[in-house]
Design a protein around this ligand. Structure first.
Ligand SMILES: C[S@@+](CC[C@H](N)C(=O)[O-])C[C@H]1O[C@@H](n2cnc3c(N)ncnc32)[C@H](O)[C@@H]1O
Length: 263
């Protein structure tokens, strides 16, 4: 039987042309919102922190500045896009969150951004992650959701953006509507003191626009062959994502946070 394609095997592989720039643009679009959410948690300088699916490592870098007396571990299935070891103030581990583990109770804070929605067994993985938390430890999860696209006032942009979400779902099994259900998955995983909030970065000639265009470029073949997108429609996307007077929204970043009970 043919195995289902996973994130990073081909689509969004770190070695693909443009992928480093696409993930750098994502971090530039989202980091400020992530740091604001992290600041709401009672983070202490001696906390042991884990950033799962760290990508370019910008959140791990922030955590290592915020927790100088603790420990920061950044994991990814592919660590190729991280800065050189000498420039990092944190530990790095090649680690597949669907199969590799940590001892129970290893961390005071676990952060995971735009990773779990891409995994077919996302809620089982979340349940494992929660076990790696010390009693009283916090999880901050953020994931993408397509809900802002349906109300776009630009029909071609809306059509291509919806097709991009459908194409990623079909290709690697991403659930582009899972995050809209937050914080329920955290409740099911046994966490308490839950809350949720969303941030929507604008597209156009912006960091999120660069990310969205980079995603469209990687999905180009799927969009043209399977999702009835045309070459002129893709050209329109290219023009608008460098047009300083164009603004729309693409994926929302939905955050949820919660704490493992003390006992
Ligand atoms: C969309 S990127 C997000 C990167 C980073 N968290 C951020 O928000 O800037 C998804 C990341 O998850 C990683 N990833 C995907 N599947 C994974 C897995 N099974 N285990 C660990 N990391 C994984 C990818 O390699 C990639 O770096």
């Amino acid at each position: 039987m043919e195995r289902d394609e996973q994130y990073g095997e081909e689509l969004f592989a770190h070695g693909r042309r443009g992928e480093a720039a696409r993930l750098a643009a994502l971090a530039a679009a989202l980091d400020d919102s992530t740091f604001r959410w992290l600041e709401r948690l009672p983070v202490r300088p001696n906390w042991r922190c884990l950033d799962i699916g760290t990508g370019t490592g910008t959140v791990a870098a922030w955590l290592s500045r915020r927790c100088p007396d603790g420990r920061v571990v950044a994991t990814d299935r592919d660590t190729a896009l991280l800065p050189p070891a000498a420039e990092r103030g944190w530990e790095t581990l090649e680690h597949d969150v669907t199969v590799d583990g940590f001892p129970d109770g290893s961390f005071d804070l676990i952060h995971v951004r735009w990773v779990l929605s891409h995994l077919r067994d996302r809620e089982a993985v979340l349940a494992r992650i929660v076990r790696w938390l010390a009693p009283g430890g916090w999880v901050l999860i953020q994931d993408l959701d397509r809900f802002p696209i349906a109300s776009s006032p630009h029909p071609v942009y809306r059509k291509v953006s919806e097709a991009m979400c459908d194409a990623v779902e079909a290709r690697i099994g991403t659930d582009t509507s899972w995050a809209r259900t937050f914080p329920a998955p955290l409740r099911r995983a046994g966490l308490i003191d839950l809350d949720t909030e969303a941030f929507v970065a604008p597209t156009g000639a912006t960091a999120m626009g660069r990310f969205w265009l980079g995603s469209a470029d990687q999905l180009r073949g799927d969009l043209l062959e399977q999702f009835a997108v045309t070459e002129p429609e893709l050209r329109y996307m290219h023009e608008q994502m460098v047009n300083p007077s164009y603004r729309d929204f693409a994926l929302a970043s939905v955050a949820a946070w919660g704490r493992r009970p003390e006992r």
